[in-house]
Design a protein around this ligand. Structure first.
Ligand code: FMN
Ligand code: SF4
Ligand code: SF4
Ligand code: SF4
Length: 638
């Protein structure tokens, strides 16, 4: 019924019954209490599963008739498990950190219209619902106020298992309009005119890319949604799949139509089990509703979408490796050109698009290209979703207009750094990206501005580091990740990234009994680090190798003195590099109990029973065992 009336403009047989049904789906009307639980992966990790059980038990024991709805992540991962309650006639109100032990007291109060003293986040605004007194609007808290939520606007709000809720909020309207009114060429033109650029990191104009595939003569074409997302710290795709899967499916269906593809794939890493389940369920629903499959909405257009699960290899996010993986081959990149738009999956013209790119498409077709291009900067249109991680007050998911400064994003939306510490650096773009020091955070979020500032937009991973972070350790972490993820096809990437990691390992370790020759070799490695990085960048086949030196080069550029301290003074100012820590014994506190000497793996501690002990610096490897075993707090670190 809903599909016919909303999408196909058929008159309702009983208008008032229809309006009432629509009101229920949009939650304009609720006839009994509705309890929403943030049940995305972040919520589940924080204990939402137990919270859900506790809610069901509570309702059962007290014989209360209420609806319990599992929603995706609204972005406030730090505050999970999140529970919202909407009582008939009243506004939906949101509570944070509702672990299972807090369920009873929360429901005892809120179901009796009493607001608990703690854990109230805010209330949703609604013109016809009675407001809760002295509860601020969610939209007014800084985390939401400065965002522009277009792509993730339904995440955490609607039931991701309900296609009807998505349709009731305007979903599948754009697909219907496209199939009924536009040619494939027209859709490509609209998207090109909007200025949308690929959100997978490269920023290539989406409409232009589609046109290449559409204009390549062939009988068959393929469309692929790239949800590999294997870079550490990124979870944008996961949140969109889990919180609003139909938006991605609608975007993918429109993109498929635009390039005249009859088969499309969503490539998701298999570890995203919740995302895979919700996507498969949503595809089935769309097929059942006639929005996918044969002769969609009587348009003559056929489309099937399949979910393909990848094994979580970072390199499989690279489009040619991803294509090989779908073909059932080993996921390794191949040289480009030919680009996939000309010869891709099974040798046919293929477009690979990022999840966020596709999630933008329904709104562009709904509101028009001029609307979209009015948001953002001259060169970067629309919004960008970021997954915030690291030493930041709010770890979560945000969406801001292009042109917002990194400073606003970090300080005003995400609440700055934890414990009032200073930011040392911000890493954008994951392992392929670069870090920026605090003084560069005035830069606007815009593809070119970020490049000029020395970093990249990336796909949305943003890691904040504070003064307790060691930049050498960070460079080592990313280099280690890349050497393990290199597919090994080309030598500069395979061997070069391994060598880069070895050099960084060497400078974060206190060499024991090192010969003069070994010391010389170690210094030689350090001196050659810059050259090595250049060779890897210039001679690797794919983006993984070409960008592998980025984290190291940027850390060297902005934090050179930290590298020098590690190399020359054997000192890690942040105290992170365990092997460089120096341990001492306070003779005033040491009772001579001998516990440390017995446990020291290198016999670096000397002393006789009941007399103060000492550490021989040259023999100490900084393992910290003495620090842990001393009951008299006599061991300290410098
Ligand atoms: C090592 C590597 C990993 C990548 N991982 C992803 C990924 O997880 N998701 C993604 O959309 N693009 C990823 N890309 C970029 C894709 O190759 C491709 O450019 C992108 O999916 C195109 O989509 P867009 O035009 O919508 O940005 C990766 C590239 C490289 C080199
Ligand atoms: S650059 Fe690295 S990941 Fe890319 S093809 Fe070569 S070895 Fe494989
Ligand atoms: S364990 Fe502590 S008190 Fe005992 S000998 Fe070692 S430093 Fe001294
Ligand atoms: S840090 Fe480890 S190696 Fe050094 S003195 Fe203590 S126990 Fe021994």
């Amino acid at each position: 019924m809903l599909k016919n009336i909303l999408l196909l403009n058929k008159p309702a047989e009983n208008q008032s019954a229809y309006d009432y049904h629509l009101g229920l789906l949009r939650r304009d009307t609720v006839v009994k209490p509705v309890i929403f639980v943030g049940a995305g992966t972040c919520g589940m990790i924080a204990g939402a599963g137990k919270t859900l059980n506790a809610i069901h038990n509570y309702l059962h024991e007290k014989n209360i008739d209420a609806e319990v709805v599992e929603v995706g992540c609204i972005g406030l991962c730090t505050h999970e498990p999140l529970v919202d309650v909407q009582l008939p006639g009243k506004r939906r109100i949101s509570f944070s950190n509702i672990t299972e032990n807090r369920v009873e007291s929360l429901l005892d109060e809120i179901l009796n219209s009493v607001i608990p003293d703690e854990q109230v986040l805010g209330q949703y605004s609604h013109p016809h619902h009675e407001a809760w007194e002295q509860v601020k609007l969610l939209a007014e808290i800084p985390f939401f106020r400065l965002q522009n939520r277009m792509v993730i606007k339904n995440c955490g709000i609607i039931n991701p298992f309900s296609i009807d809720e998505y349709i009731a909020r305007g979903g599948y309207k754009s697909l219907t309009r496209v199939l009924r009114n536009y040619s494939a060429e027209k859709v490509c033109e609209i998207v090109e005119e909007s200025g949308l650029r690929g959100r997978g990191g490269g920023g290539y104009p989406t409409g232009r890319k589609w046109k290449y595939a559409l204009n390549t003569p062939d009988e068959e074409r393929f469309m692929i949604c790239n949800g590999d997302e294997s870079d550490p710290g990124a979870f944008m795709d996961r949140a969109m799949f889990e919180g609003d899967p139909h938006r991605v499916i609608e975007g993918l269906a429109i993109a498929s139509y635009a390039i005249n593809a009859k088969r499309a794939y969503i490539y998701v890493r298999a570890e995203y089990t919740l995302a895979v389940t919700r996507l498969k369920h949503a595809i089935q629903q769309a097929e059942k509703a006639g929005l996918l499959g044969h002769n969609i909405l009587n348009s003559g257009y056929n489309l099937t979408i399949q979910v393909r699960e990848g094994a979580g290899a970072f390199v499989c996010g690279e489009e040619t490796a991803l294509i090989s993986s779908i073909e059932g081959k080993r996921g390794t990149p191949r040289p480009k050109p030919p680009f996939p738009a000309l010869r891709g999956l099974f040798g046919k013209p293929t477009i690979v698009n990022n999840v966020e790119t596709l999630a933008n498409i329904p709104a562009i077709l709904d509101h028009g290209p001029a609307w979209f291009s009015s948001i953002g900067t001259a060169r970067s249109k629309g919004t960008k979703v970021f997954a915030l991680a690291g030493k930041i007050s709010i770890i979560g998911l945000v969406e801001v207009s292009m042109g917002t400064t990194l400073k606003d994003l970090i300080y005003h939306i995400a609440g700055g750094v934890k414990n009032g510490k200073r930011i040392k650096a911000v890493q954008l773009g994951g392992p392929s990206g670069s870090c920026l020091p605090e003084q560069s955070l005035d830069v606007e979020i815009d593809y070119e501005s970020l490049l000029e500032a020395g970093t990249i937009m990336g796909s949305g991973g943003l890691v904040v580091m504070d003064e307790d972070t060691c930049m050498v350790d960070i460079a080592k972490f990313f280099t280690d990740f890349l050497q393990r993820e290199s597919c090994g096809k080309c030598i500069p990437c395979r061997e070069g990234s391994r060598r880069m990691h070895e050099i960084l390992e060497n400078i974060t370790r206190r060499p024991l009994n090192e010969s003069g020759f070994e010391t010389l070799e170690r210094f030689k490695g350090v001196m050659q680090l810059g050259n090595l990085a250049e060779v890897i960048r210039d001679t690797s086949l794919c983006g993984l190798g070409q960008t592998a030196p980025n984290p190291l080069i940027s850390a060297l550029k902005y934090f050179r003195e930290e590298f020098e301290e590690h190399i020359f003074d054997r000192k890690c100012r942040a105290g992170v590099c365990k092997d460089l820590r120096l341990y001492y014994i306070d003779v005033e506190k040491c009772t001579g109990c001998t516990a440390c000497a017995k446990k020291c793996p290198t016999t670096a501690i000397i002393g006789s029973p009941r007399n103060p002990h000492f550490i021989i610096e040259d023999k100490c490897i900084g393992c910290g065992i003495c620090f842990d075993v001393c009951k008299f707090v006599a061991v300290f670190v410098k």
